[in-house]
Write a protein of this length. Structure first.
Length: 224
């Protein structure tokens, strides 16, 4: 029996309205399973110009595929497909340690690429910090992140769907159902500083009630 391919999530942050076109392009590259969200960029206009990320209204696309397909996709986006995506943005890959078996079977069946081994070239260079905060707190948290060296992030809207025991066990009374989710990509060298500053200023015992996590990025490219 063929061994299951390692799975990856490709996160793409592009200008609003480009997400649908991006998905069509990805499917031509054997990347088929997607989740599209609307987001709000938090970088200043000056930083957006420096990064070449365009306006602040964003489409965020989470795509699920095999490691070889993810690697091939980003390599093509950085080479022969450069300029094929309308507007500007970034795309990066994150490792997945588990996935629904039905989704994995579907992806494995659709994807024909074989894994050649090795890891992404940028595995040690960049990290994604994921912060969930109470509604209305994202701006303050992002200001703290900038002071620690982050350039900007993207905000999604969400809801806390736990049963409340988490907050009760820790004596947290400010954990709201309405949450903002920040995706902040930073060099790994400053990741801990950014996380520590956010946690110290906006942690679970504060009004923002921030939950802070991070994960390593394998490959990251700028879309243009």
């Amino acid at each position: 029996m063929k061994k299951a391919e390692p799975m990856r999530m490709v996160v793409s942050i592009v200008e609003r309205g480009v997400g649908g076109k991006l998905i069509k392009l990805y499917e031509k590259q054997q990347v088929y399973a997607h989740l599209r969200c609307e987001g709000q960029g938090t970088a200043t206009s000056e930083i957006l110009d420096i990064l070449g990320l365009g306006g602040t209204e964003k489409d965020v696309v989470f795509s699920f595929t095999t490691r070889p397909a993810a690697r091939a996709l980003l390599e093509k986006l950085d080479d022969e497909l450069r300029g094929a995506v309308p507007g500007r943005g970034i795309a990066f890959t994150l490792p997945l340690t588990a996935m629904s078996s039905l989704l994995a079977v579907y992806i494995g069946h659709k994807t024909r690429m074989e894994d050649e081994g090795g890891e992404g070239m940028d595995s040690a260079k960049n990290s994604m910090i994921l912060v969930t905060v109470n509604r209305g707190s994202a701006e303050g948290v992002m200001a703290t992140a900038r002071q620690a060296g982050a350039r900007g992030g993207t905000v999604l809207r969400g809801r806390w769907v736990g049963d409340g025991s988490f907050g009760q066990a820790l004596g947290i009374t400010t954990l709201q159902e309405e949450r903002e989710i920040l995706l902040i990509v930073v060099p790994t060298a400053i990741r801990n500083q950014v996380m520590n500053d956010i946690n110290r200023t906006h942690g679970l015992k504060t009004e923002a009630c921030a939950l802070v996590t991070a994960m390593g990025i394998e490959q990251l490219i700028q879309l243009s």
